[in-house]
Design a protein around this ligand. Sequence first.
Ligand code: ATP
Length: 350
Amino acid sequence: MATVDLKDVRKTYFGNVEAVKGVSIAIPDKALCVLVGPSGCGKSTLLRMIAGLEAITSGTVSIGEKVVNAVGPAERDIAMVFQNYALYPHMNVYDNMAYGLRNRGTPKEEIDARVRATAKTLELAHLLERRPRELSGGQRQRVAMGRAIVRYPKVFLFDEPLSNLDAKLRGQMRVEIKSLQRALGVTSVYVTHDQLEAMTLADILVVMNAGEVEQIGAPLDVYEKPASTFVAAFIGAPPMNLLPVAALSAGRTALAAPADAATLGFRPEDATLNPRGGAASGNGAAGLSLDMAVEGVEPVGAESFIYCRMAGERLVLRAAGRTATQTGDGLSAMVETAKLHWFDVAGKRL
Ligand code: ATP
Protein backbone atom coordinates (compact mmCIF):
# COMPACT_ATOMS: atom_id res chain seq x y z
CA MET A 1 0.00 0.00 0.00
CA ALA A 2 1.48 3.34 -0.98
CA THR A 3 -0.82 6.26 -0.73
CA VAL A 4 0.79 9.66 -1.24
CA ASP A 5 -0.66 12.38 0.91
CA LEU A 6 0.24 16.06 0.74
CA LYS A 7 -1.11 18.32 3.47
CA ASP A 8 -0.83 22.10 3.17
CA VAL A 9 2.59 21.79 1.53
CA ARG A 10 4.49 25.04 1.02
CA LYS A 11 7.79 25.98 -0.55
CA THR A 12 9.43 29.37 -0.23
CA TYR A 13 12.79 29.83 -1.97
CA PHE A 14 15.27 32.24 -0.38
CA GLY A 15 12.63 33.53 1.97
CA ASN A 16 10.62 35.32 -0.71
CA VAL A 17 9.74 33.27 -3.83
CA GLU A 18 6.57 31.38 -2.90
CA ALA A 19 6.72 28.53 -5.42
CA VAL A 20 4.09 26.30 -3.74
CA LYS A 21 1.41 27.92 -1.58
CA GLY A 22 -0.36 25.38 0.58
CA VAL A 23 -1.15 22.36 -1.61
CA SER A 24 -3.19 19.40 -0.31
CA ILE A 25 -3.66 16.30 -2.47
CA ALA A 26 -4.62 12.77 -1.38
CA ILE A 27 -3.48 10.13 -3.89
CA PRO A 28 -4.90 6.63 -3.32
CA ASP A 29 -2.82 3.47 -3.69
CA LYS A 30 -2.11 2.49 -7.35
CA ALA A 31 -3.50 5.76 -8.75
CA LEU A 32 -1.78 7.91 -11.38
CA CYS A 33 -1.96 11.55 -10.37
CA VAL A 34 -0.98 14.15 -12.99
CA LEU A 35 0.14 17.65 -11.99
CA VAL A 36 -0.46 19.98 -14.91
CA GLY A 37 -0.08 23.72 -15.29
CA PRO A 38 1.84 26.42 -17.14
CA SER A 39 5.55 27.03 -16.76
CA GLY A 40 6.45 28.30 -13.30
CA CYS A 41 3.25 27.12 -11.57
CA GLY A 42 5.26 25.05 -9.08
CA LYS A 43 4.61 21.51 -10.31
CA SER A 44 8.28 20.46 -10.52
CA THR A 45 8.96 21.96 -7.10
CA LEU A 46 6.07 19.92 -5.68
CA LEU A 47 7.36 16.73 -7.33
CA ARG A 48 10.87 17.37 -6.01
CA MET A 49 9.48 17.78 -2.51
CA ILE A 50 7.75 14.39 -2.81
CA ALA A 51 11.07 12.95 -4.03
CA GLY A 52 12.97 14.51 -1.14
CA LEU A 53 15.19 16.51 -3.49
CA GLU A 54 13.83 19.81 -2.16
CA ALA A 55 13.23 20.70 1.50
CA ILE A 56 9.61 21.35 2.50
CA THR A 57 9.08 24.81 4.00
CA SER A 58 5.91 23.73 5.82
CA GLY A 59 3.18 21.09 5.66
CA THR A 60 3.62 17.32 5.44
CA VAL A 61 4.36 14.77 2.74
CA SER A 62 3.37 11.20 3.59
CA ILE A 63 4.15 8.06 1.59
CA GLY A 64 2.32 4.91 2.66
CA GLU A 65 0.87 6.78 5.64
CA LYS A 66 4.33 7.64 6.98
CA VAL A 67 5.41 11.29 7.14
CA VAL A 68 8.63 11.51 5.12
CA ASN A 69 9.53 15.20 5.56
CA ALA A 70 12.76 14.23 7.33
CA VAL A 71 13.47 11.08 5.28
CA GLY A 72 16.25 11.31 2.66
CA PRO A 73 15.48 10.65 -1.04
CA ALA A 74 17.22 7.27 -1.07
CA GLU A 75 15.11 6.00 1.82
CA ARG A 76 11.73 7.10 0.43
CA ASP A 77 11.36 4.04 -1.78
CA ILE A 78 10.55 6.12 -4.84
CA ALA A 79 11.92 6.02 -8.38
CA MET A 80 12.04 9.05 -10.61
CA VAL A 81 11.95 9.24 -14.43
CA PHE A 82 13.28 12.50 -15.89
CA GLN A 83 12.81 14.37 -19.12
CA ASN A 84 16.47 14.01 -20.13
CA TYR A 85 16.49 10.26 -19.22
CA ALA A 86 19.71 10.76 -17.21
CA LEU A 87 21.22 7.55 -18.64
CA TYR A 88 24.94 6.85 -18.23
CA PRO A 89 26.36 7.16 -21.77
CA HIS A 90 29.34 4.82 -21.19
CA MET A 91 27.18 1.97 -19.81
CA ASN A 92 25.11 -0.44 -21.84
CA VAL A 93 21.37 -0.87 -21.29
CA TYR A 94 21.84 -3.78 -18.87
CA ASP A 95 24.26 -1.84 -16.68
CA ASN A 96 22.14 1.31 -16.78
CA MET A 97 19.21 -0.69 -15.48
CA ALA A 98 21.29 -2.61 -12.92
CA TYR A 99 23.15 0.42 -11.57
CA GLY A 100 20.77 1.45 -8.78
CA LEU A 101 20.37 -2.12 -7.56
CA ARG A 102 24.14 -2.72 -7.49
CA ASN A 103 24.54 0.45 -5.42
CA ARG A 104 22.14 -0.96 -2.89
CA GLY A 105 24.03 -4.22 -2.67
CA THR A 106 21.22 -6.32 -4.17
CA PRO A 107 22.49 -9.90 -4.83
CA LYS A 108 23.78 -10.44 -8.37
CA GLU A 109 21.27 -13.17 -9.27
CA GLU A 110 18.37 -11.05 -8.15
CA ILE A 111 19.64 -8.07 -10.16
CA ASP A 112 19.94 -10.30 -13.22
CA ALA A 113 16.43 -11.69 -12.78
CA ARG A 114 14.87 -8.26 -12.28
CA VAL A 115 16.73 -6.61 -15.18
CA ARG A 116 15.81 -9.42 -17.60
CA ALA A 117 12.18 -9.54 -16.51
CA THR A 118 11.84 -5.76 -16.81
CA ALA A 119 13.64 -5.70 -20.16
CA LYS A 120 11.15 -8.28 -21.41
CA THR A 121 8.16 -6.24 -20.22
CA LEU A 122 9.55 -3.15 -21.96
CA GLU A 123 10.62 -5.00 -25.13
CA LEU A 124 14.25 -4.14 -24.49
CA ALA A 125 15.54 -7.72 -24.15
CA HIS A 126 17.35 -7.60 -27.52
CA LEU A 127 18.99 -4.26 -26.73
CA LEU A 128 20.71 -5.04 -23.42
CA GLU A 129 24.23 -4.77 -24.88
CA ARG A 130 23.67 -1.41 -26.58
CA ARG A 131 24.87 1.96 -25.32
CA PRO A 132 22.35 4.83 -25.04
CA ARG A 133 23.71 6.56 -28.17
CA GLU A 134 22.85 3.44 -30.18
CA LEU A 135 19.17 3.67 -29.22
CA SER A 136 16.22 5.67 -30.56
CA GLY A 137 14.57 8.32 -28.38
CA GLY A 138 11.69 6.00 -27.52
CA GLN A 139 14.05 3.16 -26.60
CA ARG A 140 16.07 5.48 -24.35
CA GLN A 141 12.87 6.55 -22.69
CA ARG A 142 12.02 2.90 -22.09
CA VAL A 143 15.45 2.26 -20.54
CA ALA A 144 14.85 5.21 -18.20
CA MET A 145 11.51 3.64 -17.27
CA GLY A 146 13.19 0.27 -16.86
CA ARG A 147 15.74 1.69 -14.48
CA ALA A 148 12.91 2.95 -12.30
CA ILE A 149 10.88 -0.28 -12.54
CA VAL A 150 13.71 -2.69 -11.57
CA ARG A 151 13.86 -1.06 -8.16
CA TYR A 152 10.29 -2.18 -7.40
CA PRO A 153 9.61 1.19 -5.76
CA LYS A 154 6.50 2.15 -3.80
CA VAL A 155 6.00 5.26 -5.91
CA PHE A 156 7.00 6.42 -9.42
CA LEU A 157 7.64 10.09 -10.01
CA PHE A 158 7.70 11.33 -13.61
CA ASP A 159 9.06 14.78 -14.49
CA GLU A 160 7.94 15.59 -18.05
CA PRO A 161 9.34 12.26 -19.27
CA LEU A 162 8.06 12.60 -22.84
CA SER A 163 8.87 16.19 -23.69
CA ASN A 164 11.99 15.32 -25.71
CA LEU A 165 10.10 13.00 -28.05
CA ASP A 166 8.33 13.89 -31.30
CA ALA A 167 4.53 14.05 -31.30
CA LYS A 168 3.94 10.56 -32.72
CA LEU A 169 6.31 8.82 -30.32
CA ARG A 170 4.92 10.84 -27.44
CA GLY A 171 1.48 9.47 -28.22
CA GLN A 172 2.79 5.88 -28.30
CA MET A 173 4.80 6.26 -25.09
CA ARG A 174 1.80 7.82 -23.37
CA VAL A 175 -0.20 4.67 -24.03
CA GLU A 176 2.74 2.48 -22.93
CA ILE A 177 3.25 4.37 -19.68
CA LYS A 178 -0.44 4.16 -18.87
CA SER A 179 -0.70 0.42 -19.46
CA LEU A 180 2.58 -0.25 -17.66
CA GLN A 181 1.51 1.80 -14.67
CA ARG A 182 -1.81 -0.08 -14.56
CA ALA A 183 -0.12 -3.46 -14.88
CA LEU A 184 2.48 -2.71 -12.19
CA GLY A 185 -0.06 -1.03 -9.92
CA VAL A 186 2.49 1.45 -8.60
CA THR A 187 1.17 4.76 -7.24
CA SER A 188 2.52 7.50 -9.52
CA VAL A 189 2.83 11.26 -9.73
CA TYR A 190 3.40 12.67 -13.20
CA VAL A 191 4.29 16.26 -14.06
CA THR A 192 3.55 17.78 -17.46
CA HIS A 193 2.58 21.10 -19.01
CA ASP A 194 0.77 19.26 -21.82
CA GLN A 195 -2.96 19.18 -21.17
CA LEU A 196 -3.58 16.32 -23.64
CA GLU A 197 -1.00 14.15 -21.87
CA ALA A 198 -2.58 15.09 -18.55
CA MET A 199 -6.12 14.29 -19.72
CA THR A 200 -5.23 10.91 -21.20
CA LEU A 201 -2.95 9.64 -18.42
CA ALA A 202 -4.55 10.84 -15.22
CA ASP A 203 -6.75 8.97 -12.79
CA ILE A 204 -6.57 12.16 -10.75
CA LEU A 205 -5.92 15.43 -12.53
CA VAL A 206 -4.51 18.35 -10.54
CA VAL A 207 -4.51 21.70 -12.36
CA MET A 208 -2.04 24.14 -10.82
CA ASN A 209 -1.69 27.89 -11.27
CA ALA A 210 0.78 30.23 -9.55
CA GLY A 211 1.71 27.79 -6.78
CA GLU A 212 -1.86 26.79 -5.96
CA VAL A 213 -4.27 24.02 -6.90
CA GLU A 214 -7.05 25.37 -9.13
CA GLN A 215 -8.93 22.07 -9.38
CA ILE A 216 -8.58 18.37 -8.55
CA GLY A 217 -10.77 15.73 -10.17
CA ALA A 218 -11.22 12.98 -12.73
CA PRO A 219 -10.07 14.34 -16.13
CA LEU A 220 -13.49 14.35 -17.79
CA ASP A 221 -15.14 15.93 -14.74
CA VAL A 222 -12.57 18.72 -14.89
CA TYR A 223 -13.22 19.09 -18.63
CA GLU A 224 -16.98 19.17 -18.22
CA LYS A 225 -17.09 21.32 -15.10
CA PRO A 226 -14.02 23.56 -14.96
CA ALA A 227 -13.89 25.30 -11.57
CA SER A 228 -12.52 28.54 -13.00
CA THR A 229 -11.86 30.44 -16.22
CA PHE A 230 -8.19 29.47 -15.79
CA VAL A 231 -9.02 25.74 -15.90
CA ALA A 232 -11.57 26.29 -18.69
CA ALA A 233 -8.91 27.93 -20.84
CA PHE A 234 -6.10 25.51 -19.92
CA ILE A 235 -7.83 22.13 -20.35
CA GLY A 236 -9.08 21.44 -23.88
CA ALA A 237 -7.66 22.30 -27.30
CA PRO A 238 -8.76 24.55 -28.80
CA PRO A 239 -9.65 26.08 -25.42
CA MET A 240 -13.12 26.98 -24.20
CA ASN A 241 -14.55 30.20 -25.67
CA LEU A 242 -14.86 32.80 -22.92
CA LEU A 243 -16.96 35.90 -23.53
CA PRO A 244 -17.68 38.86 -21.28
CA VAL A 245 -21.41 38.76 -20.51
CA ALA A 246 -21.55 42.38 -21.69
CA ALA A 247 -20.69 41.24 -25.24
CA LEU A 248 -23.78 39.04 -25.44
CA SER A 249 -26.27 41.75 -26.30
CA ALA A 250 -24.43 42.06 -29.60
CA GLY A 251 -25.46 38.52 -30.56
CA ARG A 252 -29.15 37.87 -31.16
CA THR A 253 -29.88 36.29 -27.84
CA ALA A 254 -32.20 36.99 -25.01
CA LEU A 255 -30.62 34.52 -22.65
CA ALA A 256 -30.97 35.15 -18.94
CA ALA A 257 -27.58 35.05 -17.24
CA PRO A 258 -27.28 33.98 -13.59
CA ALA A 259 -26.82 36.84 -11.14
CA ASP A 260 -23.12 37.73 -10.70
CA ALA A 261 -22.23 36.23 -14.09
CA ALA A 262 -19.31 38.10 -15.64
CA THR A 263 -18.07 35.55 -18.17
CA LEU A 264 -19.83 33.00 -20.33
CA GLY A 265 -18.00 29.97 -21.68
CA PHE A 266 -18.72 27.25 -24.20
CA ARG A 267 -16.56 24.54 -25.76
CA PRO A 268 -15.75 24.83 -29.49
CA GLU A 269 -17.46 21.47 -30.10
CA ASP A 270 -20.65 22.44 -28.27
CA ALA A 271 -21.87 24.91 -30.90
CA THR A 272 -24.25 23.85 -33.69
CA LEU A 273 -23.46 25.82 -36.83
CA ASN A 274 -25.90 27.32 -39.34
CA PRO A 275 -25.17 29.63 -42.24
CA ARG A 276 -26.38 33.11 -41.37
CA GLY A 277 -30.09 33.44 -42.08
CA GLY A 278 -30.68 29.71 -41.64
CA ALA A 279 -32.85 28.65 -38.75
CA ALA A 280 -30.87 27.72 -35.67
CA SER A 281 -31.52 24.01 -35.51
CA GLY A 282 -30.03 22.70 -32.29
CA ASN A 283 -32.66 20.17 -31.32
CA GLY A 284 -35.25 22.62 -30.27
CA ALA A 285 -33.60 23.03 -26.88
CA ALA A 286 -33.35 26.51 -25.50
CA GLY A 287 -29.93 28.05 -25.66
CA LEU A 288 -27.63 30.79 -26.77
CA SER A 289 -27.69 31.93 -30.36
CA LEU A 290 -24.81 34.01 -31.69
CA ASP A 291 -24.11 35.72 -35.02
CA MET A 292 -20.48 35.98 -35.96
CA ALA A 293 -18.10 36.66 -38.83
CA VAL A 294 -15.71 33.93 -40.00
CA GLU A 295 -12.06 35.06 -39.99
CA GLY A 296 -10.36 31.80 -40.84
CA VAL A 297 -10.91 28.09 -41.35
CA GLU A 298 -8.40 25.33 -40.54
CA PRO A 299 -9.29 21.90 -41.94
CA VAL A 300 -7.23 19.25 -40.11
CA GLY A 301 -8.83 16.17 -41.66
CA ALA A 302 -11.22 14.63 -39.17
CA GLU A 303 -12.45 18.07 -38.13
CA SER A 304 -12.23 21.75 -38.97
CA PHE A 305 -11.58 24.71 -36.69
CA ILE A 306 -13.52 27.83 -37.57
CA TYR A 307 -12.13 31.09 -36.19
CA CYS A 308 -14.75 33.80 -35.77
CA ARG A 309 -15.30 37.26 -34.33
CA MET A 310 -18.35 38.62 -32.53
CA ALA A 311 -18.58 42.11 -31.00
CA GLY A 312 -14.79 42.35 -31.02
CA GLU A 313 -14.37 38.98 -29.28
CA ARG A 314 -12.56 36.05 -30.88
CA LEU A 315 -14.22 32.63 -30.85
CA VAL A 316 -13.31 29.23 -32.22
CA LEU A 317 -15.80 26.57 -33.28
CA ARG A 318 -15.22 22.97 -34.18
CA ALA A 319 -17.01 21.16 -37.00
CA ALA A 320 -16.75 17.46 -37.82
CA GLY A 321 -14.94 16.63 -41.08
CA ARG A 322 -14.93 19.20 -43.88
CA THR A 323 -16.90 22.40 -43.69
CA ALA A 324 -18.33 24.52 -46.49
CA THR A 325 -17.79 27.60 -44.32
CA GLN A 326 -15.22 30.03 -45.69
CA THR A 327 -13.35 33.09 -44.50
CA GLY A 328 -15.62 36.13 -44.87
CA ASP A 329 -18.85 34.15 -44.36
CA GLY A 330 -21.39 35.04 -41.74
CA LEU A 331 -22.29 32.27 -39.34
CA SER A 332 -24.87 31.71 -36.70
CA ALA A 333 -24.12 29.29 -33.89
CA MET A 334 -26.41 27.78 -31.32
CA VAL A 335 -25.28 26.47 -27.92
CA GLU A 336 -27.72 24.59 -25.70
CA THR A 337 -28.25 26.02 -22.23
CA ALA A 338 -26.90 22.84 -20.65
CA LYS A 339 -23.59 23.37 -22.46
CA LEU A 340 -23.04 26.90 -21.18
CA HIS A 341 -20.56 27.64 -18.38
CA TRP A 342 -20.92 30.73 -16.23
CA PHE A 343 -18.18 32.38 -14.18
CA ASP A 344 -18.21 35.29 -11.73
CA VAL A 345 -15.99 38.36 -11.86
CA ALA A 346 -13.21 36.49 -10.00
CA GLY A 347 -13.34 33.74 -12.64
CA LYS A 348 -14.95 31.16 -10.34
CA ARG A 349 -17.59 28.81 -11.72
CA LEU A 350 -21.20 29.70 -10.82
P1 ATP B 1 8.29 24.42 -15.66
O1 ATP B 1 7.17 23.74 -16.37
O2 ATP B 1 8.79 25.61 -16.41
O3 ATP B 1 9.37 23.50 -15.19
P2 ATP B 1 7.12 24.43 -13.01
O4 ATP B 1 5.65 24.54 -12.93
O5 ATP B 1 7.69 23.10 -12.84
O6 ATP B 1 7.64 25.09 -14.33
P3 ATP B 1 8.81 25.21 -10.83
O7 ATP B 1 10.06 24.78 -11.50
O8 ATP B 1 8.31 24.37 -9.74
O9 ATP B 1 7.67 25.42 -11.89
O10 ATP B 1 9.00 26.70 -10.29
C1 ATP B 1 8.00 27.38 -9.54
C2 ATP B 1 8.50 28.76 -9.18
O11 ATP B 1 9.62 28.69 -8.27
C3 ATP B 1 8.97 29.59 -10.35
O12 ATP B 1 8.58 30.91 -10.14
C4 ATP B 1 10.48 29.43 -10.30
O13 ATP B 1 11.10 30.57 -10.85
C5 ATP B 1 10.75 29.33 -8.81
N1 ATP B 1 11.93 28.50 -8.52
C6 ATP B 1 12.12 27.22 -8.90
N2 ATP B 1 13.30 26.75 -8.43
C7 ATP B 1 13.86 27.76 -7.73
C8 ATP B 1 15.09 27.92 -6.98
N3 ATP B 1 15.95 26.90 -6.86
N4 ATP B 1 15.30 29.11 -6.40
C9 ATP B 1 14.43 30.12 -6.51
N5 ATP B 1 13.27 30.04 -7.18
C10 ATP B 1 12.98 28.88 -7.78
